[in-house]
Design a protein around this ligand. Structure first.
Ligand SMILES: O=C1O[C@H](COP(=O)(O)O)[C@@H](O)[C@H](O)[C@H]1O
Length: 255
């Protein structure tokens, strides 16, 4: 199925979606490493992102990825103290990162709220932007050309921490910004901006379950970008919507 340049793949249920996406990601990252020596992935938080990481951890193929040559970044983070169970980093560690031999220097965590940027989300965002720019290798986008950037889709169509009608969505210069008064807790967050997301080679959006069906239908119906952030993201070479049957159930029927 294709919707305005996007590919839409539908899996039977949430578990099948997580397993199939894990295998797809292993193949994509291993291929990048065969070609270039290294690979990069941008992780998402949320239920589907964590289910994917769990499926990666339990895949028999997982060591086709050379974990020591993988750069791991985040698309957004909840601005909370280090180790807080609601931080996307904490959840990713539990689901996958603590069980694979990653190079600690290649795990690029967004700063917590209790470190050197205590309580200052703007300073934390700037620090992450600096880290991205240092790894960009001359890319004018000031971020690396990520091989795969993963995004969960919220029930309101938010992706990363870009919420409908929020100021962060209008950002055209900075690659990372602080988000304040987010409609989903916690209210303070850090997020990649649209220009940073659109610098990725491939963007993969994940959605499963009935509470995502309206968001998926809206985002793929050609809405305004401020109204539906999920409609505003795309990869340079590929934009892939990876859904389960329930999340896809309100899309228009195709022949
Ligand atoms: O808060 C967040 O939510 C979104 C979507 O999460 P889900 O549980 O509704 O799938 C997630 O993509 C984002 O990274 C996270 O910070």
């Amino acid at each position: 199925m294709s919707a305005a340049g996007r590919e839409v793949l539908v899996h039977p249920d949430k578990d099948a979606l997580a397993r199939a996406t894990a295998e797809r990601l292993i193949a994509r990252l291993a291929d990048a490493q065969d070609t270039r020596g290294t690979a990069s992935v941008v992780l998402t938080g949320g239920r589907n992102g964590n289910a994917l990481l769990g499926a990666l951890a339990s895949s028999g193929d997982r060591d086709r990825i050379d974990w020591s040559r993988l750069d791991v970044w985040w698309g957004d983070e909840r601005f909370l103290p280090e180790g807080d169970p609601e931080r996307n980093h904490t959840q990713a560690r539990e689901a996958l990162l603590d069980s694979v031999p990653l190079d600690p220097a290649r795990i690029h965590v967004m700063p917590p709220s209790d470190g050197p940027y205590a309580g200052d989300a703007e300073a934390a965002a700037e620090a992450y932007a600096t880290e991205l720019a240092a790894a960009a290798g001359g890319n004018p986008a000031k971020v690396p050309a990520f091989d795969v950037l993963l995004l969960g889709v919220g029930p309101d169509t938010h992706v990363a921490s870009l919420f409908p009608e929020h100021p962060a969505l209008r950002e055209t210069e900075r690659t990372v910004v602080g988000v304040h008064a987010a409609p989903k807790p916690p209210p303070t967050r850090l997020t990649l901006t649209l220009p940073a997301i659109r610098a990725a080679e491939e963007v993969w959006l994940l959605a499963a379950g009935d509470d995502k069906a309206d968001a998926v239908a809206l985002a793929l119906s050609g809405p305004g970008e401020l109204q539906a952030p999920a409609a505003a993201v795309r990869g340079r070479s590929r934009t892939l919507w990876l859904l389960d049957h329930t999340a896809a159930s309100r899309l228009p029927a195709t022949d």
